[in-house]
Design a protein around this ligand. Structure first.
Ligand code: GUN
Ligand code: ZN
Length: 438
């Protein structure tokens, strides 16, 4: 039986960075018809409701129906160390991250954390995410299995590191390539899963490992490739020492065949003009991780400038370097970073980064990230008055954007009224009993 979701709908026809806020359409009394895991139709409730009398109706009233959030860069193994105090990137990795990733050597612990990470994503309205794993192959199996059980779309990859990490976490170029190839065979394209070849970052991979992974990507070009780029100044200086022949940080990856369409570079803050031009030409994308960048003290990413250069940018929690599982909170941080750079991102731009923008970076823009007929039925329903503080501000709003912005700035998982993934309702609250399951 089809499901008919009623509420305010927010539909993006284009990228608001290019087209302005008019790229989004708002219907105060809209409807989304879901059938067979896909969006079958969109339109005014007064049209779709009588046209589909057999559909199960889910009336969300004044709540906002949007494409589910897409988090294009996170580290599920770091769930348990989110909000760890007092370090910058390299020390933070040594003090908190590597010890925690070593704990996932226990497959049972990896499964527990993978399940928790998926459940936290759903709690916060995230229906697609791209995650790093640890160097243990079973850590990738764990997150792919947890996502499949819940019907989430996922991109993930076993992290590869063969130096500058504790002995319990390092591999070799050969083992990294062999285990990655086996995981690609097992998971890439299976259900809603896609594989990302995942060198952690240049300092933890030898030139030989980067070259081996570049060759593997050339053999599997429809996989994603995810890594970190120019997050902190100390890291950029370290890369220059480790790779003296490279022109700059991006050149290390490009020289190994690790830059092109489907590459997702996390952070990309401290870039040279040459790196920006190369990124734009290459078709690679950037994952903007604003809560991480302020929390670890990395810097202020020039999102608007990257977009103006023609580089695809998505939004990412980067948990546990990022300090929130919420893409609403992440949008708020992106706004604050924009302000500090002198460019106030419009609510339409913020929402796009967290949905269609991230989907484009992951090369999933034809499947998720937008509400449109034929797209996969991943939906988040957002209450625009989820707390007293938000409600009193939203009550004065005269436009949708004014009504939405308090939730962007002050909202969290309490704003998430319902979550649908793959056409199934995974979370729902506040529903009158006569209106069905959700
Ligand atoms: N650079 C290399 N590894 C990491 C990581 O786990 N988190 C962040 N934020 N940056 C990194
Ligand atoms: Zn990261």
């Amino acid at each position: 039986m089809p499901d008919l979701l009623l509420g305010q709908t927010l539909v993006f026809d284009a990228d608001p960075f290019a087209e302005g806020p008019g790229a989004a359409r708002h219907d105060a009394h809209g409807a989304v018809l879901i059938e067979g895991g896909h969006i079958a139709a969109l339109g005014p409730a007064e049209v779709l409701r009588p046209a589909h009398p057999g559909a199960r109706v889910h009336d969300y009233g004044r709540a906002l129906i949007s494409a589910g959030f897409v988090d294009c860069h996170m580290h599920y193994p770091q769930t348990g160390i989110i909000a760890s105090w007092g370090r910058r990137l390299i020390d933070w990795l040594d003090r908190y991250t590597f010890p925690e990733e070593m704990r996932l050597a226990d497959p049972a612990h990896a499964r527990t954390i993978a399940a928790l990470a998926c459940d936290l994503a759903i709690d916060h309205g995230t229906t697609t995410f791209a995650s790093y794993c640890t160097t243990a192959a079973h850590s990738a199996d764990a997150i792919f299995e947890a996502a499949a059980t819940r019907g989430l779309r996922i991109i993930a990859g076993r992290t590869c590191m063969d130096r500058n990490a504790p002995p319990g976490l390092v591999d070799t170029p050969e083992r990294a390539a062999e285990e990655t190839a086996a995981l690609i065979a097992r998971w890439h394209g299976r259900g809603r899963a896609g594989y990302a070849i995942t060198p952690r970052f240049a300092p933890t991979s030898s030139p030989a490992q980067l070259a081996a992974l570049g060759a593997l990507w050339a053999a599997h070009p429809d996989c994603a490739m995810q890594t970190h780029l120019s997050e902190q100044t100390e890291e950029v200086a370290w890369v220059a020492e480790l790779f003296p022949a490279a022109r700059d940080y991006l050149d290390v990856y490009a020289g190994a065949g690790l830059c092109g369409p489907g590459a997702v570079f996390g952070h990309a803050i401290h870039l040279t003009a040459r790196e920006r031009a190369h990124l734009a030409r290459s078709g690679a994308g950037v994952a903007h991780c604003p809560t991480s960048n302020t929390f670890i003290g990395s810097g202020l990413c020039d999102v608007a400038g990257l977009k103006a250069d023609g580089i695809a940018v998505g939004l990412a929690s980067d948990t546990g370097g990022g300090s929130s599982f919420s893409m609403l909170r992440t949008m708020a941080a992106a706004y604050e970073v924009g302000q500090l750079r002198g460019r106030a991102l419009h609510p339409a731009e913020l929402w796009w980064l967290a949905t269609g923008g991230s989907a484009e970076v992951l090369r999933l823009g034809d499947r998720v990230g937008r509400l449109a007929p034929g797209m996969e039925a991943d939906v988040v329903v957002i209450d625009l008055d989820s707390t007293r503080a938000i409600a009193q501000r939203a009550a004065r709003a005269e436009t949708l954007w004014e009504a939405l912005f308090p939730t962007i700035m002050m909202g969290d998982d309490r704003a998430v009224r319902a979550v649908w993934a793959d056409g199934r309702c995974l979370r729902a609250r506040g529903v009158a009993p006569d209106q069905g399951a959700a």
